[in-house]
Ligand binder design. Structure first.
Ligand SMILES: O=C(O)COP(=O)(O)O
Ligand SMILES: [Mg+2]
Length: 228
């Protein structure tokens, strides 16, 4: 199905890595510093997907009856970012079969890149600490361009930078932001059913294919090693 593809764009949080436990620790540290009560990790999972500032805004909104002033949001974001920068991969792990399948796709000659809404500065340190830095030719963060997913431009930017026609590219992601961005870019998409999609089924955003495990992602590329 996707054997003719040259470049595979991967979302990061909720697709390659389960980062919600560390994001929850950082959110709860920020709330504690502001004298507000913490939230369960499962609640924080539902807030991930639109970048760090939106995550902090969602946490603040849930923790107060009144809307916070911009200065409070700025301060909360700074606290969050400082803590998270020092605790990026404490509990964060790749999902099952992720390193193996990526390695196999890489060996088969597929080019791999990351397009995330996460701040750019955090991508490489996390990849490094999980032993996955060598696999990706290019990474783009949520603050790398003026636009982020679901805008199609980050996806198209990577295609242009790497000189790959968008028809030869596919986006793999867990959230509606990934699928909507791919559709708007005129690109094929694989949706993953296990990540963070605000409690909605990824199938309802009609990607070309839905996979329930990362191992299944290998199949349409003609790579079967990771399946099992
Ligand atoms: O950190 C986020 O808000 C989302 O990151 P993602 O685009 O890799 O899912
Ligand atoms: Mg994601």
């Amino acid at each position: 199905m996707f054997k003719h593809k040259e470049l595979i764009l991967f979302d990061f949080d909720g697709t390659l890595i389960d980062s919600a436990p560390d994001l929850a620790l950082a959110v709860n540290h920020m709330l504690e510093q502001l004298g507000r009560p913490p939230f369960e990790e499962t609640t924080v999972r539902g807030w991930v997907g639109n970048g760090a500032r939106t995550l902090v805004e969602r946490a603040l909104r849930a923790s107060s009856d009144t809307e916070d002033a911009a200065e409070t949001v700025d301060r909360a974001l700074a606290i969050f970012l400082e803590f998270y920068a020092g605790n990026l991969a404490v509990l964060t792990r790749p999902y099952p079969q992720v390193p193996e399948v990526l390695q196999q796709l890489h060996q088969e000659g597929y080019r791999l890149a990351i397009v995330t809404n996460k701040p750019y500065a955090f991508i490489e340190p996390i990849l490094h600490s999980l032993g996955m830095s060598e696999l990706f030719e290019y990474t783009l963060g949520g603050d790398s361009l003026p636009q982020r997913k679901p805008d199609p431009r980050p996806l198209l930017h990577v295609c242009e930078t790497l000189g790959v026609d968008k028809e030869r590219c596919v986006m793999v992601g867990d959230s509606k932001n990934d699928i909507l961005a791919a559709k708007a870019a005129g690109m094929d998409a694989i949706g993953l059913g296990y990540g963070y999609n605000y409690g909605e089924a990824i199938a309802s955003y009609t990607p070309n294919l839905v996979c329930d495990t990362f191992a299944e992602v290998a199949v349409p590329f003609g790579v079967s090693h990771g399946v099992g």
